[in-house]
Every structure is written in structure tokens, then in C-alpha cells.
Design a protein around this ligand. Structure first.
Ligand code: PFF
Length: 471
């Protein structure tokens, strides 16, 4: 059966391949790299976690990123409609559209807490600019942080400002809004991270940081830690929910999907590793706890900025850039839902973005309260450290550790098994000998199987089977 795909670009198109790379890197590089990667590395014991994470990026992240870009570009529609059209074209079940729905839901849930954390960043821009970090002590930084997160009204104000910023850019559209924003920001963030690593190199504890990140100690890694590494590979690359798919749908036909995807994955990984190399030496130099959790960068970096010459300038610039990195990611979290509303409900981008932004804003209140009045603690499967921020942790685990990996696994199955080889070969347009075969192997066998194993392992499946057979 052949279904005609609507090739009219109702949302516009990137001006070049380079613009797509920047935008997708803008989506990938965000709080996940600079805020989350260091703290989950710290919580999961360092080296072994980093190794599993790097393996997941290479063996699962790269092929799935190629698959997402390909699906988007082949259908030129928002993820829900893209999956519906492509499934019809392949003669597969209509139910595949539910995968699009799961992605839109995941993006919405992630943005609701992402915006709150971006709000912390916004607050720290002003703190840094006002000189609040000058010669501050580790205790001083800690109470500054606790003061912020236990004040729901202040958090709500910052969360509101960030959501408005996000909605405004989305409302302006693909070229006018998104593309302009990422051109300067991404390179500037990279340079500033290098400056911070340079500072960390002079702390006497640089090698302690390097050892922590790169000496694998597998006894420090639990099953839940392995799932966190896998989930983070999806989260950091913006995979498994359609963000990269929608950006791929704006990609010009002649751009190479393989080259662009590998470039994005490399840039994202570099930023995360640099962030770790900047942060852990400061953690050790100040006797802080690497497993401090979500507050880690907010408790370490102010110490560094407070002591370095020109700290007010560098500190302010850093938090501004982090804010901007979060902004370009937040945009991509809402874009699939906005594009879907525009396609299916005959509303313009401004209406769609405002409505969905408002819903996200409301849900964000749950996260805000989870750091103060609604906090509770629970034990995540297989982990010995209780989680203590209640709904924030629930949302984080549900989205990053479950919805994104499951979404990614289904995308791999769709691209590798539902779509015909002829179609994927043509859309990917890989010319290097053997490269298509490698992609097909990874997407059919490696990525989905590994995700499944990790998920089953987490839910105690293997223990259950072993018991069943009396092993
Ligand atoms: N990749 C972003 C980060 O690392 O901060 C977060 C993110 C953006 C996740 C978009 C998922 C997504 F679709």
C-alpha cells in the first residue's frame, strides 16, 4: 500500500544542515549535561557509571538518533502524525501512533520539572552578578541553596519567567526563534566550560577528579545505577520522545543523517565530560560530597567563582550560558506537542505554545512543592540510598529512566523492523561501505535488546526466573 506523505513544510525548514546540527545540539546540551550528569555520576560512584554511560551513547544513542532523524525527515510531520503515516505506509498497526503520544507526554512531564531547575539557574545568574559568591564558604553556599529551594514562592516566580521565555521562542517558529537562539550560545558555552576546566586544573585536586570519573569500580554500581546510565543516555541526547524526530522533520533532504547524528552525539558527550572535569576537582578540593544529588553544581561552582579572579564576571556568564542551554532544550521538549496541535487542531503556533505552556507551568508546581512541603522519601528499586524529594524524583525516574528508554526501544523496533529496508536505506543515504549494515545491526539487535535487558533486570525479572528454575 502506498500512502502519500504531505511534503509541504507547514512548520518551516532549517536554513542549512549546520543550523540543524546547532539546533539539535541545542536540544541535547542542557541541564542534563552540566547539572544532571555530574550529580548522577557522583551518586553512582564515578568511573563505572561513566563507562556504562559512554557505552550506551555509542551503542544505543547514536543508532537511535539516526533513526529518529530519519523518521522525522521521511514523514515531515510531528511525531504522532509521522508515526501514524509511516505505519500506514508500511502496512503496520495503527497503534504505533501511541508511541508518538507517549513521547509527547514524556516531553510535557520532563519540561514541568526541567523548567523549575532552569529557574534555579536563573536565580543563580542574579546571585552571581550581585557578588553573593565572593569568598563564600561551603556552609554559606549550602544555606544559600537550601534557602532558595525551600521557598516555593520564589521558585514559582523563576519557573514562571522561564516558561514564558520558552513559550515566546516556540511561538516565533523554527527559523525566527529557534535557529537564531542557538547560533551563538552553543559555542560560547563550550568555551566557558574550557575556562572552568582550566580553573579546576589548578586546584591540586584535578587528578582526584579525573580518577573519580575514569577509574571504574563496578562494586559501586547497582542495577538501578545501570538503568540511570541508560536513561541518561536518552535524556542527554533528547532521544526517545520525538524531540530529535521533530527537528529531523525540518532537515533539508540533502543533509547526511549519519554525519549530523554522530556530530551531535560527540558534542553532547564532550560537554558532559568537560562539566564533570570542571566540577569534581572543586568537590574534592572543598571536602564536599560527590553524591550530594541535584544540588551538586549549585553548591560547588559558586565556591569556585567566589575564589577566582574575575569570579563575578565568569560566574554570571556561566549561569547565563547554562540558562540558555536549558532554554534551547526546553524548546525542543514542547515542540513536538505544539507541532501536533498546529497540524491537527487548526490553531496557530502562538495559541498552541501558550496553551501547552500553561499546562506545563501548572504541573511544575508539583515539583516546586516537592522540595519543601510535599517532600517525601522512598527507595527506588535496587538502590540503597533513599530518594528524598518526592514527586520530583518520581517524575525524573518515570520519564528519564522508564519512558525515554521504552520510547527509544520502540523507535528502534519501528525503524529497524517495521519500515522496509528500501525506505530506510534511501532515507539514510549512507554511502560508506558497511555503514548501513552496521546501523541496521545495531538498531535491530543491539539497541532494543540492551534496553529490554536493563529494564527487565530492574524489575527483578532475572531474579524471578532464577528462583523459578531453582538456581
Ligand atoms: N537533552 C536535554 C538535556 O540534556 O538537558 C534534556 C532533554 C531535551 C530531554 C529534550 C529530552 C528532550 F526531548
Amino acid at each position: 500500500m502506498s500512502v502519500k506523505i504531505n511534503k509541504k513544510y507547514i512548520h518551516g525548514q532549517w536554513s542549512s544542515r549546520w543550523a540543524f546540527i546547532l539546533a539539535a545540539t541545542g536540544s541535547a546540551v542542557g541541564l542534563g549535561n552540566i547539572w544532571k550528569f555530574p550529580y548522577i555520576t557522583g551518586e553512582n560512584g564515578g568511573g563505572a557509571f561513566v563507562l556504562v554511560y559512554l557505552f550506551c551513547i555509542a551503542a544505543i544513542g547514536v543508532p537511535i538518533m539516526m533513526a529518529e532523524v530519519m523518521l522525522g525527515r521521511a514523514a515531515r510531520q510531528s511525531p504522532i502524525n509521522a508515526l501514524t503515516t509511516l505505519a500506514k505506509q508500511a502496512g503496520a498497526s495503527k497503534l504505533w501512533r501511541l508511541l508518538g503520544w507517549m513521547g509527547v507526554t514524556a516531553g510535557f512531564l520532563i519540561l514541568s520539572y526541567y523548567s523549575v531547575i532552569a529557574g534555579w539557574t536563573l536565580a543563580y545568574v542574579f546571585r552571581s552578578a550581585s557578588g553573593a559568591f565572593s569568598l563564600v564558604t561551603a556552609d554559606g553556599v549550602r544555606s544559600m541553596f537550601t534557602g532558595l529551594v525551600s521557598d516555593p514562592e520564589r521558585l514559582l516566580a523563576w519557573h514562571t519567567i522561564f516558561m514564558v521565555m520558552t513559550v515566546v521562542i516556540i511561538a516565533r517558529g523554527v527559523r525566527g526563534g529557534l535557529e537564531q537562539a542557538v547560533r551563538v550560545l552553543m559555542p560560547a558555552l563550550f568555551v566557558l566550560l574550557l575556562v572552568l576546566v582550566g580553573y579546576a586544573m589548578n586546584t591540586d585536586y584535578f587528578m582526584a577528579g579525573v580518577r573519580f570519573m575514569f577509574t571504574p569500580d563496578f562494586s559501586a554500581l547497582s542495577a538501578a545505577g545501570v538503568l540511570t546510565a541508560l536513561g541518561h543516555a536518552f535524556f542527554t541526547l533528547s532521544l526517545g520522545m520525538g524531540a530529535i524526530m521533530i527537528y529531523g522533520s525540518y532537515l533539508p533532504k540533502d543533509a547526511s543523517i549519519a554525519v549530523t547524528s554522530v556530530t551531535i552525539c560527540l558534542a553532547d558527550t564532550m560537554v558532559a565530560l568537560l562539566a564533570g572535569l570542571a566540577i569534581f576537582p572543586i568537590v574534592f578540593a572543598n571536602g564536599l560530597e560527590p553524591g550530594a544529588g541535584p544540588s551538586l553544581i549549585f553548591q560547588t561552582l559558586p565556591l569556585a567563582f567566589g575564589q577566582m579572579p574575575g569570579g563575578i564576571f565568569f560566574g554570571t556568564l556561566f549561569f547565563v550560558l547554562l540558562l540558555l542551554a536549558a532554554w534551547t532544550s526546553a524548546i525542543s521538549l514542547l515542540e513536538p506537542a505544539v507541532a501536533w496541535m498546529v497540524e491537527n487542531h487548526n490553531v496557530d503556533r502562538i495559541m498552541a505554545a501558550s496553551f501547552l505552556g500553561l499546562l506545563t507551568w501548572l504541573l511544575g508546581i508539583v515539583t516546586i512543592m516537592s522540595f519543601s512541603d510535599w517532600a517525601f522519601s522512598f527507595n527506588f528499586l535496587g538502590s540503597d540510598e533513599p530518594k528524598t524529594s518526592g514527586m520530583f524524583d518520581v517524575l525524573d525516574i518515570l520519564t528519564a529512566n522508564i519512558m525515554l528508554p521504552v520510547g527509544g526501544m520502540l523507535i528502534a523496533i519501528f525503524a529497524g523492523r517495521v519500515m522496509s529496508e528500501k525506505m530506510t536505506k534511501q532515507e539514510l543515504g549512507i554511502r560508506a561501505p558497511g555503514a548501513y549494515a552496521l546501523w541496521a545491526f545495531l538498531i535491530r539487535y543491539v539497541s532494543p535488546v540492551l534496553v529490554l535487558i536493563v529494564l527487565l533486570g530492574l524489575f527483578g525479572f532475572f531474579g524471578f526466573v532464577a528462583k523459578l528454575f531453582g538456581i
